[in-house]
Design a protein. Structure first.
Length: 248
């Protein structure tokens, strides 16, 4: 039996656990998928020594922190600077990023010519993957953070910034179950029907961020399609169908 799982903290919910457990049962694959909540990334070496893994998913907050523990990164993960998939092969740990392809394939049908500039809310691993994907789609990207050193802080976001960025992607955990009444602090009153607003969160769907954007007439999309896409690509890597996951 092959062993798979996901590391993160907290792991109150896991799309991947449900997705792969159902996949294994439906396709009669001799494998299991388990949750491995880690209090800190320093517990990772002990985990992998005590389990015979074929693959792991990585989620908040370890997509960047896990990288020093890996033997090699594929080109996409190296460019992004974040890992969400680990392949165990030949005694080596190889890091990949399938979030990029999952996001790109989900958002491409929604992008219109006017979506030439994007605001990314957040600076973590998901934000890095989204930024990479949008850049590969020839969309100018500006990052919003609570801290200085990025393109904008939240206090910088006025009418001019919002109206000149018709694609807004929430990559923060704000609004994720169970804290569903939270959302990014942006001036929603300047969002219009020309905007496309995407949230990498899938539970709840829609998030408060998407509800407030929709109330302004914006087109909205949750991260469920992105999750399906990244999971499909992860399985291709683990099963040897492909050795990389990159945005075309």
């Amino acid at each position: 039996m092959q062993h798979f799982g996901i590391i993160g903290n907290p792991l109150r919910q896991s799309f991947s656990a449900k997705y792969f457990s159902e996949k294994f049962a439906k396709e009669q694959i001799d494998a299991e998928y388990s949750l491995y909540p880690l209090e800190n990334i320093e517990q990772f070496p002990t985990l992998i020594k005590t389990h015979d893994f074929r693959g792991l998913n990585v989620t908040i907050p370890y997509k960047q922190a896990v990288m020093p523990y890996l033997d090699r990164l594929d080109d996409t993960a190296k460019s992004v600077g974040a890992v969400n998939v680990i392949l165990f092969e030949g005694g080596k740990l190889i890091g990949y990023n399938t979030d990029t392809l999952g996001f790109a394939e989900d958002i491409k049908p929604l992008i219109r010519p006017e979506h030439s500039q994007a605001l990314i809310l957040g600076t973590g691993g998901a934000a890095k993957a989204v930024k990479y994907a949008l850049s590969r789609l020839n969309i100018a990207v500006h990052t919003v953070s609570r801290s200085a050193g990025y393109d904008f802080t939240y206090s910088d976001l006025g009418k001019e910034v919002i109206e000149s960025h018709l694609l807004i992607v929430n990559c923060t955990p704000l609004g994720m179950y169970p804290d569903t009444e939270a959302c990014a602090d942006i001036p929603y009153q300047f969002i219009t029907e020309k905007h496309l607003c995407y949230d990498v969160i899938y539970n709840p769907s829609p998030t408060l961020f998407l509800k407030r954007a929709a109330a302004q007439g914006a087109e909205i999309q949750s991260g469920l399609g992105m999750l399906h896409g990244q999971a499909n690509e992860a399985w291709k890597i683990w099963s040897g169908v492909t050795s990389s996951a990159s945005v075309q």
